[in-house]
Design a protein around this ligand. Structure first.
Ligand code: NAD
Length: 477
């Protein structure tokens, strides 16, 4: 691996304008892994300027959509061809397991290929408005599309955002996450390798408070896709409101799975393993609340605890089942939530502590006796901590699941179709998973209700976030 990664602006690799670098840590060891060029507001200005020139010279938007799409497909192929190298780097800078990193590389490439294939399918319409008038409506890209990326799935989220943005003809500026920015530079390398027009994709690494802030406020940005916390999302939304530009905001979650009395408990146990421990629980759509029938609570807890205790925790590079958290700060946050839950009277059924070794590791943790009004059930922990909450009547389970400021995803485990669909209709969430957590792929729309955000990504709907409409009316002689 390289010791230093530059920004990619207007088709060129560049140091930060201020000459500074950001040190990137390997969270599994606590040691420095590499450095990236630190983008300042001057670099943001250069990147937006390069994107703006690409919009104005029409080198992207003027292409046949199939040709534009082919660039994305080729970028996806290039990324797959470098899967091993990129996955290893992702594990080293994010702490996730090598298996999870491989899936994420595939995910990023998959979005580019999927949206590349869809590029020619974006169509306008002819509108009959009477004799003597020709009227048609055409989809028009916003111009410069800004993408602000969180650290938990840097590659995946870049792919799902820039895929539809470029497919529809926008030029993109990506601000990578400061904690694990390295693999995002590979998306820029893919663009360079396949000859994407200069300025169509710009990738900069910088801190949120200066580079992120400057990008969200830049007057030449025409659209913003922000993925991250509610607090930062609100700042970005204020900036977008001032500029009156459209945004997609993908924010946090506190998702509940309702277990019905007829649920298959083998399926549930295995799904819980992935639902809460994928990426060490640092997942916006993590299954962080398990809402179980009171009569089945002890049996379910025994099963989930046994499965949790089977997991090996350690450096992702060593084929463990669960890797490290992203930072010492994140480890501190997770531990603080567990301590607060204990002070509130919650019992730790398993886990509940850090690993006594270098790096930022936390044990797979199951909490029982959680009441939904407690902090642990209301706030996003973003770690491997499952809260088990019991209910007596189905209506109570539904009320618990919906009693949240968030509404990203929800789930139901059960086989009575009437009950499952009744609940699916009433759960306040952008996606409902039934009998399998994280079920739909890139083809299904994804996004939040309530404070989990708005706008949709993935699927055909994801394309619509990146264009508006122009109507042309012509009077014939
Ligand atoms: P964060 O809000 O701290 O940071 C997200 C990005 O915003 C980073 O690139 C950061 O540098 C940038 N940023 C920070 N301050 C900024 C500012 N003032 N102006 C502009 N940009 C700024 O979030 P995080 O800790 O990186 O990610 C975790 C959060 O992301 C969790 O809440 C998680 O649920 C959420 N998330 C949501 C989804 C989704 O699809 N809904 C997906 C992944 C993560």
């Amino acid at each position: 691996m390289s010791a230093y990664y530059q920004n990619f602006i207007g088709g060129h690799w560049r140091d930060g304008a201020g000459g500074e670098r950001i040190a990137v840590e390997n969270p599994a060891t606590g040691e420095q892994l590499a450095e990236v060029a630190r983008a300042t507001p001057a670099d943001v200005d250069a990147a937006v300027g390069a994107a703006r020139r690409c919009v104005e010279d029409r080198s992207l938007v003027g292409l046949k959509p199939a040709d534009r799409g082919r660039y994305l497909v080729d970028m996806g192929r290039w990324i797959v061809d470098h899967r091993g190298e990129i996955a290893e780097l992702l594990t080293l800078d994010s702490g996730k397991t090598l298996q999870e990193s491989g899936w994420e590389v595939d995910g990023c490439a998959g979005y580019l290929e999927y949206y590349g294939g869809l590029a020619p399918m974006v169509e306008g319409s002819y509108i009959p408005v009477g004799d003597g008038i020709v009227d048609y409506a055409i989809p028009v890209p916003y111009g410069v599309s800004a993408h602000i990326i969180p650290w938990n799935y840097p590659l995946d989220i870049v792919g799902r955002g820039i895929g539809p943005a470029i497919a529809t003809g926008n030029a993109v500026v990506v601000k990578s996450p400061e904690l694990d920015p390295i693999t995002v530079t590979y998306v820029a390398r893919a663009a360079e390798e396949v000859g994407l027009p200069p300025g169509a994709l710009n990738v900069i690494a910088g801190y949120g408070h200066d580079a992120g802030d400057a990008l969200s406020k830049h007057p030449d940005v025409g659209q913003i896709t922000f993925t991250g916390s509610v607090e930062t999302g609100q700042k970005v939304l204020h900036a977008a409101a001032d500029a009156v530009i459209p945004t997609v905001v993908e924010l946090g979650g506190k998702s509940a799975a309702i277990v019905l009395p007829d649920a298959d408990l083998d399926v549930l146990t295995e799904q819980t393993r992935w639902g809460i421990y994928s990426n060490a629980g640092q997942v916006c759509s993590a299954m962080s609340r398990l809402v179980v029938p009171h009569d089945l609570r002890d049996e379910i807890v025994d099963r989930v605890v046994a499965r949790s205790e089977e997991l090996t925790v350690g450096p992702g590079i060593d084929s463990n089942d669960m890797g490290s958290l992203i930072s010492a700060q994140q480890l501190e946050r997770v531990d603080r939530y567990v301590r607060t839950a204990q002070e509130d009277g919650v019992t730790v059924a398993t886990g509940g502590g850090r690993l006594d070794r270098p790096g930022h590791f936390y044990q797979p943790t199951v909490l029982v006796g959680v009441e939904n009004g407690m902090t642990i059930a209301q706030e996003e922990v973003f770690g491997p901590v499952l809260s088990v909450i019991s209910y007596t009547h189905e209506a109570e389970a539904l009320a618990i699941a919906n009693d949240s400021q968030y509404g990203l995803v929800s789930g139901v485990f059960g086989n009575d179709l009437d009950r499952v669909t009744y609940l699916a209709d009433r759960l306040e969430a952008g996606q409902v998973f039934v009998n399998e957590w994280f079920l739909p792929g890139r083809e299904a729309p994804f996004g939040g209700f309530k404070k989990s955000g708005f706008g949709r990504e993935k699927g055909l709907l994801g394309l619509r976030s990146y264009y508006h409409w122009k109507n042309v009316g012509i009077r014939r002689k």
